[in-house]
Design a protein around this ligand. Sequence first.
Ligand code: SF4
Length: 335
Amino acid sequence: MISHTSLQWQSSDWQSILQSAIRHSTELLQAVGVSPNSVTAITGEASGFPILAPKPFVSRIEYGNPQDPLLLQVLALKEEMTPNQGGMTDPLEEKRFTPVPGIIHKYFGRVLLMTSGSCAVNCRYCFRRHNDYGSNILTPARLTDALAYLRSQTDVTEVILSGGDPLLTSDRKLSELINQLETIPHIQRLRIHTRLPIVIPQRITPELCEQLGRSRFQVTIVVHCNHPQEIDAEVGLAMAHLNAQGVTLLNQSVLLKNINNSAETLEALSVELFRIGVLPYYLHTLDPVQGAAHFYQPLSDSKRVHQTLQARLPGYLVPKLVSEIPGSASKTLIY
Ligand code: SF4
């Protein structure tokens, strides 16, 4: 049995940490001291989305608490099997916006490169949980076409590395990709959307920091943190290393029922993020993805929570409440 005190990940490199991630509900419950009788856990395979929970993240789960907000983000529950009306497998209709494999081009001036087909954690609410990454991932064979597309789109000034989690790419491969992107003169900014610095902060290696620091691009990293309990000293250290390289750090969260749908929790999250050098950026409403309806919170409640947040925090600590509507020219602000 793995207990909190025996989680020896601190001295390992990030690939080994990833390899030793928890992949079964029984193992996960055992690690956090929760009785299987107190939750309706199922295997990830049963719902078509495997369990994947890296130990640095698991170590922040409160021992013995079946309602822990971090545990509920990674544990597959029976509710995932309930068919939900309106639940989709591609809620953002991203297939429509794929001009060449490996690219999503939805918004003016910005292009997503699907750099990796997997993540370091499988978040149960993920809108890409049904994604067929195989057909739309940037493989070496597809890179030439993707770069040719970017060269042809002279109004594109920002490239966003997405996935899956783009930081699952090795430092060497990432460096090669950035070097190639830097040869395209109209691209000025590089943005990386990643949950890795939160779930395995050891991913922020000196090599990665050096690469980002010397890039000709203005680099932004958007981390994905939903709850203040996800932030510990290691995460703070990772952010400090990135900050030291002049990387702009932003956060996006998803508003999730029973996880972070209270003004108190979101206020604490904003304050903690700012303390470690990260600005709150977006608070997303949940996309209507099949298998995640139990995280849904009505829009009227989301607005109320956000209004309370606005009343309690300075403007720069209030993330924008947004929805993604397929076909819109940008994210849709909710007031
Ligand atoms: S890290 Fe992001 S893309 Fe990966 S499973 Fe979680 S929400 Fe989905």
